[in-house]
Design a protein around this ligand. Structure first.
Ligand SMILES: [Zn+2]
Length: 305
């Protein structure tokens, strides 16, 4: 079985009206899983909340304190021009990070080999002391720290196919050779940070606007496959963003569900070769509700196969 980890508080984090990172995103994903009966093939777990020590495995104490101090009782408080905080936002971010950490514990306890975390807000733009790009806590980075620190794994890979570069994840591990970070992203495009870090454990795959599925697949095979096979991770974490879909309003790449199925199957093969099949995939972006729901379903169909 594949395990789905989620929490209802992730539906309660709300930013401005019509903000693309809306509760409807997760609602669309979950209702599609129900309607398609894919949910019957999954074991569903309630996420646990990340505690302070989990968060400070990457984020600075002062940063966590500052976010907590900003938390409003009602209304919205801007954190930066594209990210704001409502009364439930930090709780949702803690449960999103908690789900990813719990996913790592779950696969390393051999309870299951594959986990998908259906959570929001996303996390891969959050740097050590910076909330940005709709992200507060970097869930995938915190999950990697859990695998390294608690489970003492020697090598963890993070694969990020969101249309936006995973700058926060690069920030977390650019000086830590225990973690391989592979990120494909539209370039030039938001977030315009840390895109040219030159380290052997950071594999950046920039893609021009208009990149097709065929071109995407070639680039991933060229850049990611040799890096993964040389690195031989004991665990694969996935920043699963689906905003590289051709119908997504926040990107200009031309991928479709089949391309997300293809990369999921490539990740499964790599996990089977190196990581005893262990994969923890965490939802990042994806802002066309229908395309997002269908793409997550395709990703999960592959993970369940
Ligand atoms: Zn994105």
């Amino acid at each position: 079985m594949t395990t789905l980890i989620t929490h209802s508080v992730c539906l309660e984090h709300q930013m401005e009206q019509h903000h693309p990172e809306s509760p409807e995103r997760l609602a669309a994903v979950l209702s599609h899983l129900n309607d398609s009966r894919l949910i019957d093939d999954l074991t569903t777990l309630q996420a646990t909340e990340a505690v302070r020590d989990d968060l400070t495995a990457f984020h600075r104490d002062k940063y966590v304190d500052a976010l907590v101090a900003m938390e409003p009782d009602q209304g919205l408080r801007p954190v930066n021009p594209d990210t704001s905080m409502g009364p439930k936002s930090l709780a949702a971010a803690r449960y999103a990070a908690g789900a990813a950490i719990q996913g790592v514990d779950h696969v390393l306890a051999e309870a299951d080999t594959r986990v998908f975390c259906a959570v929001r807000p996303p996390g891969h733009h959050a740097e050590e002391s910076t909330a940005m790009g709709f992200c507060f806590f970097n869930s995938v980075a915190l999950a990697a720290h859990r695998a390294l620190n608690k489970h003492e794994l020697e090598r963890v890979a993070i694969l990020d196919f969101d249309v936006h570069h995973g700058n926060g994840t690069v920030d977390a591990f650019q000086d830590d050779p225990r973690v391989l970070v592979c990120s494909s992203f539209q370039f030039p495009h938001y977030p315009y940070r840390l895109q040219d870090v030159d380290r052997p454990n950071i594999i950046n795959t920039p893609l021009a606007a208009g990149t097709t599925g065929v071109q995407f697949r070639k680039a991933i095979e060229r850049d990611w496959l040799p890096a993964m096979d040389e690195f031989a991770p004991a665990l694969i974490l996935v920043s699963a963003g689906f905003d590289a879909h051709r119908d997504d309003p926040l990107g200009d790449l031309l991928l479709d569900e089949a391309d997300f199925g293809w990369i999921t199957s490539l990740i499964i093969d790599a996990a089977n070769r190196h990581a005893r099949g262990r994969i923890v995939s965490i939802l990042e972006g994806g802002y066309n509700l229908k395309a997002l729901a269908r793409s997550v379903a395709t990703h999960l169909e592959e993970l369940c196969a």
